[in-house]
Ligand binder design. Structure first.
Ligand code: ADP
Ligand code: MG
Length: 267
């Protein structure tokens, strides 16, 4: 009698994926490990503590969600993990290499080569087409001369990731000619073009309606599985968080371990 809910395909895939990851022995070294991260912002003479000792391990191939109230420091934590900002104290290791205290060029290199990032408001460049937006990180990484020499290869790579996210029919569209879901797909393609091993997603469905949000989650899940892409996703949406392998909650400047269970723990 009962019809499978819209959520079913996503849920089933998440379950399979969690089981597959366990079989693969995901208990190995974490790909990303944060220890005792402390971060404050200064507002004039006042120091506002945001992170007060965050510990977090992310397993290779894991799809982790971070939840927590607005202002609890989720974006701050993601920025630190992605080397966009440095902690005041503590340590971050990526692939067993310390990344929080690298000189800025080396930090940029880690980020450009290994880490993809997507955001709630996509951050696409409005004057560029979808294809050009996806090519932009390559242009920046290569510099103009080298980029032009390898342009054919870059374009082929960009088209490949755009196909992967289902946007082959929107290559020449500007962001304003795309729907919200399409803009996020374009941003995901852009984040993938350097073939990162880690994707950091800050409220990637926060500006999308529920149906499109689920589609974006399904896309992230398929990338997590097909490319063994490790994903850390900040989200407000408990229902989406529950579809991931594990949920951690940020509160009072710390991570509450095992505060809630994602699919991996629910089995
Ligand atoms: P969340 O993403 O969980 O909503 P954020 O990490 O964006 O939280 O922010 C955590 C706290 O830090 C908030 O109180 C916010 O106002 C403050 N904050 C964030 N970024 C800055 C900044 N660049 N300068 C000063 N305060 C900031
Ligand atoms: Mg935020």
């Amino acid at each position: 009698m009962s019809h499978p809910s819209l959520a079913e395909p996503v849920r089933r895939r998440a379950r399979l994926s969690a089981a597959a990851k366990r079989r693969a022995g995901s208990g190995g070294e974490p790909i990303l490990a944060a220890r005792n991260l402390v971060k404050s912002y200064r507002k004039g003479a006042i120091e506002v503590p945001v992170l007060k000792g965050v510990d977090l391990d992310v397993g290779r191939g894991e799809f982790l969600s971070i939840v927590g109230q607005s202002g609890s420091g989720k974006s701050t934590l993601l920025h630190l993990l992605g080397t966009l900002d440095a902690p005041d104290a503590g340590e971050i290791r990526f692939e067993d290499r310390r990344i929080d205290n690298l000189p800025s060029r080396a930090r940029d290199a880690v980020r450009n080569q290994h880490v993809g990032m997507i955001f709630q408001f996509y951050h696409l460049l409005p004057e560029l087409t979808t294809l050009e937006n996806v090519l932009a990180p390559r242009m920046i990484a290569d510099g103009v001369l080298r980029y032009w020499r390898r342009r054919r290869e870059h374009v082929a790579d960009a088209k490949e990731v755009l196909e992967l996210v289902g946007l082959s029919h929107r290559l020449e569209h500007k962001p304003r000619e795309l729907s919200g879901g399409e803009m996020q797909r374009a941003a995901i393609a852009r984040s993938l073009v350097a073939r990162p091993t880690l994707l950091l997603a800050d409220e990637p469905t926060g500006n999308l309606d529920q149906k499109i949000g689920r589609e974006i989650l399904a896309l992230l899940q398929s990338l997590n599985e097909s490319r063994n892409l490790t994903i850390v996703m900040v989200t407000h949406d408990q229902a989406l968080a529950r579809e991931t392998d594990r949920i951690v909650r940020l509160a009072e400047g710390r991570v509450e371990q095992n505060a809630e269970c994602g699919m991996r723990n629910a089995e």
